[in-house]
Design a protein around this ligand. Structure first.
Ligand SMILES: [Cu+2]
Length: 348
């Protein structure tokens, strides 16, 4: 309410000032006075104000940029995320350099070459060399950025390696479910026609690959593991967004989309990095998919391979474990996991 009142006061004040100026103009017209001549002093003052504006603007820009850092995401927690962050930072650095150069020239010249009575402007209609330079240099820099970006994109979206652990991420209005593919590293076939209250993902009970599949409402990932997510949707297009892992992929009804990534920082380590003991990774929906879209999220936990195995054992099978399933299926794709966190640390 106070904000609205303040806004109203400002608006009325501006209207009042505008009316007063208009009245003064009318009074001047009635008196038959000429419009004031612009003096050298006015030009000097305007030039000086340009320079002040430049420095105040720069100071404000630097201050607010640094201040806004607290709203940004913490360091990337996946292998490819570090690369995309580097690319983004490179873009920012280039933009900032160009910004400082162009703004400095703009306001400096306004001050330096402000109108002086006895100085005549030099007539310089074109300069091919200069135009060539300021066309070619940005073109080459942009080409470089595009080629670098494309290479990065091809690298990130390349097919996942064979040994990557397959996890289904299933979206529906308005929640996420995860399905782990078990010791065969194969997800059992699923179909929306098979969906029932007991079989929320519509997994085919007759598919032998489904026997060792496990279902979870929290997404646990082993740090250093190679993970390939297979995304599915029951109803509309959702978008699976892992901000801290720098990954996003649409989930589309009737088709499988996928994303390969390697988490590099455990939840515990990230809590230390961010200085926030309550920090948790999260999976969000990033496509406005209906009334409760804002609430469509799942907790993601990145943990050591040992803790991951422990957690995995406690998870439920999609179907009550049939006798046919091998007794060893509880052990999961142990071969897919990094050996232990100790070797991970050593590898760093
Ligand atoms: Cu959604």
């Amino acid at each position: 309410m106070i904000k609205l009142l303040t806004l109203l006061v400002i608006v009325f004040a501006l209207i009042t000032i505008w009316r007063i100026i208009r009245v003064l103009e009318l009074v001047r017209d009635l008196r038959g006075e000429e419009e004031e001549e612009i003096t050298d002093k006015d030009n000097k003052l305007n030039g000086l104000l340009s320079m002040i504006f430049l420095f105040v603007g720069f100071a404000g820009m630097i201050y607010f940029t640094i201040d806004a850092k607290k709203y940004l995401l913490p360091v990337a927690a996946s292998k490819h995320g570090v690369l995309t962050d580097e690319y983004l930072n490179l873009n920012f650095i280039l933009i900032i350099i160009v910004f400082f150069i162009t703004q400095t020239l703009l306001f400096y010249y306004a001050w330096k070459y402000s109108y002086k009575k006895n100085v005549k402007a030099f007539f310089w209609p074109d300069n091919h060399k200069l135009e060539f330079i300021w066309t070619v240099v940005p073109a080459v820099v942009l080409m470089g950025l595009i080629v670098y970006g494309l290479k990065l994109w091809i690298n990130i979206t390349a097919p996942a390696p064979q040994e990557a652990m397959v996890i289904e991420v299933y979206g529906k209005q308005f929640d996420w479910t995860a399905r782990y593919s078990g010791s065969d590293n194969k997800l059992g076939h699923s179909n929306f026609r098979l969906i029932t209250d007991d079989n929320i993902l519509g997994v085919d009970v007759n598919d032998s690959a489904a026997a060792d599949d496990k279902i979870a409402r929290e997404l646990y990932l082993p740090v250093g593991g190679k993970i390939v997510f297979k995304f599915h949707s029951r109803d509309v297009i959702h978008s699976a967004y892992f901000p801290h892992l720098r990954a996003q992929m649409n989930t589309v009804p009737g088709m499988t989309t996928e994303f390969f990534l390697e988490p590099t920082i455990t939840t515990d380590s990230m809590r230390l990095i961010t200085g926030n003991p309550k920090f948790d990774y999260i999976l969000l929906c990033n496509k406005i998919c209906g009334v409760a879209h804002y609430n469509m999220k799942m907790k993601v936990v990145v943990t050591t391979p040992e803790d991951f195995k422990k957690w995995y054992k406690e998870q439920k099978y999609v179907f009550a474990k049939p006798e046919a399933a091998s007794a060893t299926s509880d052990t999961l794709q142990t071969a897919l996991l990094p050996e232990s966190s100790a070797t991970l640390v050593a590898a760093k």
